[in-house]
Design a protein around this ligand. Sequence first.
Ligand code: ADP
Ligand code: F6P
Length: 324
Amino acid sequence: MAKEIHTIGVLTSGGDAPGMNAAIRAVVRQAISKGKKVKGIKRGYAGLLQEEIEDMEAKHVSDIIQRGGTILQTARCLEFKQPEIQKQAADICRKHGIDGIIIIGGDGSFRGAQRLAEQGINTIGLPGTIDLDIACTEYTIGFDTAVNTAMEAIDKVRDTSTSHERCSIIEVMGRHAGYIALWCGIANGAEDILLPEKYDYDEQKLVNHIIANRQRGKKHHIIVNAEGIGHSTSMAKRIEAATGMETRATILGHMQRGGSPTCKDRVYASTMGALAVDLLCEGKSNRVVGYQNGEYIDFDIDEALSMDKRISEYQYEICQTLSI
Ligand code: ADP
Ligand code: F6P
């Protein structure tokens, strides 16, 4: 028989993402509605190891659904990769009566969740990252807000770029994943997108494209460059020298990680948060919540982490085609 959960812990880990607060609120209130106790763990796995653990009641999550960031704070904790530290963390959970834990973060955080599950703590992961780079789900908490923030910023850069007939390189977040760049490329009508998964570092091709567009009368040339390619400022200098077109670089940076979550991020994060509690109450462990084909579903973490996610070839192609 599945073990009954009495106390649920919740933490956020890795990069923060708008909508994490909506997920925390849902976890706390769904758990309370099912007669469970909730403990908030501060600063991810680092805070767990430091026993930064506090009781959470319904009132502790009031007025947060609309706020970016995470009220639980977040951290990266490299020592959590060590087996003896993971065992220590599980003992701390037991000491505080936490028999189920919900971990909101990305792939790395899920690996930590897997280890805690192996140590006998029931765990459920929620996909929280602006990068959209979790293979088992078409949606991750924060992506919608981040990509809309980036899109609005790029629209603004485009206005001035057109007025001055310039080339603009706009760097968006995504060290290993090009989803923000791809979506902005399509949404902002960029002339070029540089994605870590795709870019061949053939700068001459970019230069030729800029010159050809210029000759066809284009008044600007927008290049959306993912952080994983980076070096936007030096690239701008080289492109200006090679094309004769004034070129500026804008690095959007961490503004993409903040701000009030969109309606979509609030609704999906709330639903996922409640579902994570339901799964724990059903006795499930070592699962992650995802969204696919219009449904909220859960996967075994091992299975989820072994899945592969690829940039859509079709969307990558049309991004170029539609900006002619
Ligand atoms: P994200 O969760 O957004 O992918 P990270 O990759 O930085 O972010 O991972 C967040 C945290 O998860 C790490 O700082 C570490 O505490 C934990 N973690 C990452 N990888 C592992 C692993 N292989 N084993 C145990 N814990 C891990
Ligand atoms: O959370 C994901 C992400 O924003 C990536 O897109 C980016 O590469 C990384 O986090 C940046 O992390 P840091 O907060 O350490 O600068």
